[in-house]
Design a protein around this ligand. Structure first.
Ligand SMILES: NC(=O)c1ccc[n+]([C@@H]2O[C@H](COP(=O)([O-])OP(=O)(O)OC[C@H]3O[C@@H](n4cnc5c(N)ncnc54)[C@H](O)[C@@H]3O)[C@@H](O)[C@H]2O)c1
Ligand SMILES: O=C(O)[C@H](O)[C@H](O)COP(=O)(O)O
Length: 378
């Protein structure tokens, strides 16, 4: 059994080493020649999986260790009887914690009182629905828009455009009744005031990058937070210099989330091949370096929340790292972007961190639970 895989799949050999012979390639460099003779193809979001890649090959199973599937021609796979699996929800918690860290940082750098604003979430699937529930449990006012789910709790897109902070969690789609490609085009962006905030952790092309750049030039105090870029891996340097926070598509890159994607595809492949499950993530993951925090004073609830969030994950680290790579030739910047993602020092999710509190029925206790920390009584 021959497996061809993206080199950026964590624990690839641990999970799949006893399933077949593995050949790895940089995800963007996978070609039709690479997959010739392969039975199984394992990718991430940077590999376009379509007829160009697979024609003439013997591939019978394709797995993407990611949530997004806009890089996969699923209709072609189906037409060829090729089994396909993605990893829905695998790194949703990681993205939620990216959004939480972003809100914590913006509350400081933009002097935003989070108790006094409304957050609008566009796309209420695995990620968006958890962003909504988490922020609501933290006491924030949250509205949600998603035309493809039960509308009971949804508001119109126009309502969302009035929110103080807008967070995008849709796939990138160009067909269907509600395509998301350039959903935030020049006209939509023009409806947003300079006081508003737009966060995109979905797919870059949901926002027209050129239109956003022009808006930021005219309204430099408009707050844009981009983890995904329409032109990635060739990030527009001018746009990057204008956003408040810019990161190299790592919102889903917690260690826990990234390896969960691998595990989910391993499980799907075992089902496809009728093999028993021999491996699970717990075998391979180290305990978190920072495993516990103690908060004795419960008077400083806001301080302790921001301290806990930023101690575990401060999104400005990733902003700083990206901004420092955006130099040199286009080729050098593209290589640096991919290298930054490949060498990403994965953060641990809040649930791996114990928080000890004296009083376990306090507002502070509820807050840390809502954030997803593992709360214990001191
Ligand atoms: N930045 C990252 O590292 C990262 C990590 C994970 C996921 N993502 C991206 O985020 C997207 C969402 O992730 P998910 O797990 O929530 O996916 P999901 O499929 O569970 O949910 C997506 C939701 O978007 C909704 N939607 C589709 N078109 C819409 C539109 N025009 N307007 C409003 N809502 C619309 C769908 O109905 C669905 O409920 C993924 O498709 C992926 O592209 C990025
Ligand atoms: O779709 C996803 O799961 C996320 O966008 C994820 O961050 C993609 O990671 P990549 O495949 O680009 O390494």
């Amino acid at each position: 059994m021959k497996i061809v895989a993206d080199e950026n799949i964590p624990l690839l050999h641990n999970f799949f080493g006893d399933v077949g012979d593995i050949e790895t390639y940089p995800g963007r460099a996978l070609t039709n020649e690479c997959v010739m003779g392969a039975d199984i193809l394992l990718v991430r979001s940077v590999t376009q999986v379509n007829e160009t890649l697979l024609a003439g090959s013997n591939v019978k199973f394709v797995g993407t260790c990611t949530i997004g599937t806009d890089h996969i021609d699923t209709a072609y796979l189906q037409s060829k009887g090729i089994t396909f699996s993605s990893a829905p929800g695998c790194n949703a918690t990681s993205v939620v914690e990216y959004v939480i860290s972003t809100l914590s940082v913006l509350s400081e750098v933009r002097q935003i009182d989070l108790s006094d604003i409304t957050v609008g979430v566009v796309g209420c699937g695995n990620v968006g629905s958890r962003v909504v529930s988490t922020l609501k449990r933290l006491g924030l006012k949250v509205l949600a828009n998603d035309p493809l789910v039960d509308q009971t709790e949804m508001v119109s897109f126009e309502e969302i455009l009035k929110c103080d902070i807008i967070s995008l969690h849709t796939p990138l789609t160009k067909e269907g009744d509600y395509p998301t490609y350039h959903l935030f085009d020049e006209n939509t962006l023009a409806k947003l005031t300079e006081q508003q905030v737009l966060i995109n952790t979905g797919r870059g092309a949901v926002i027209d990058g050129e239109a956003l750049k022009q808006k930021l030039k005219k309204q430099p105090r408009f707050t844009a937070v981009l983890d995904v870029w329409e032109t990635e891996p060739n990030v527009d340097i001018e746009l990057a210099g204008l956003v408040t926070i810019g990161t190299p598509h790592i919102a889903g890159y917690s260690l826990d989330g990234k390896v969960k994607g691998t595990e989910m595809i391993y499980q799907a492949l075992c089902r496809h091949l009728g093999l028993p499950l021999r491996h699970q993530v717990a075998q391979f993951i180290p305990s978190p370096p920072l495993s516990r925090m103690h908060f004795t004073s419960e008077a400083e609830q806001a301080w302790s929340m921001h301290t806990a969030i930023r101690t575990v994950y401060d999104v400005r680290h990733d902003h700083y790292n990206l901004m420092n790579t955006l130099q040199g030739t286009e080729q050098q910047r593209v290589q640096a972007f991919d290298q930054l993602r490949k060498q990403y020092r994965p953060r641990r999710e809040f649930s791996t961190i114990k928080v000890f509190l004296k009083n376990t029925d306090s507002a502070m206790h509820s807050m840390f639970k809502a954030l997803g920390f593992n709360v214990k009584s001191a």
